[in-house]
Design a protein around this ligand. Structure first.
Ligand code: ATP
Ligand code: MG
Length: 145
């Protein structure tokens, strides 16, 4: 499905709605250019997972972990400009298969091989400075968005 959001707040609200419906074990691939809103989407998802910490872009550390509601955790990866993810690949593969982890990956091309086929894809394009087109595939409860 395709959803148009008109502001950063609307993007977060959409992601929060998705976040509240997660049960653990989900993997998200976030696709979009620099500044598209991938990290902004992740902040909203974190809100839906009742994460109190401020979610920051993991660009320099590659991954960040957050404790979430119901014994879940959020693993947030960003592989921007990383040619060799090395040992991070194993860690990601483990979390992606863990039923208590929600895994979110920005710039996933380099780890494509370890992501499960039934992942959710969030593709964000930027028609204007403040509007975004969000294409969601693989989310089971589309009627609840
Ligand atoms: N409708 C919108 N949805 C999301 N972000 C928006 C929107 N309108 C404006 N923005 C702005 O766009 C920027 C998105 O930045 P963000 O860090 O989320 O992008 P990103 O896709 O994670 O980029 P990067 O590839 O560098 O990690 C923010 O500055 C945000 O305020
Ligand atoms: Mg980002």
């Amino acid at each position: 499905m395709i959803i148009e959001v008109k502001s950063e707040a609307e993007m977060k609200a959409l992601a929060e709605k998705i976040g509240t419906q997660l049960k653990g074990g989900e993997v998200f691939e976030l696709i979009g250019d620099i500044g598209a809103g991938k990290t902004t989407f992740t902040k909203g998802l974190a809100r839906g997972l009742a994460i109190d910490d401020d979610v920051q872009s993991p660009s320099f550390t590659i991954s960040r972990m957050y404790e979430a509601r119901d014994g879940l955790q959020l693993a947030h990866y960003d592989f921007y400009r990383l040619d060799d993810p090395g040992i991070m690949t194993n860690e990601l593969a483990e979390f992606a298969n863990d039923a208590t982890t929600v895994t979110v990956v920005e710039w996933a091309d380099v780890v494509e091989g370890v992501l499960p086929k039934d992942r959710m894809r969030i593709r964000i394009t930027t028609p204007t400075e403040t509007s975004r087109t969000v294409e969601i595939t693989g989310f089971a409860n589309e009627e609840r968005l």
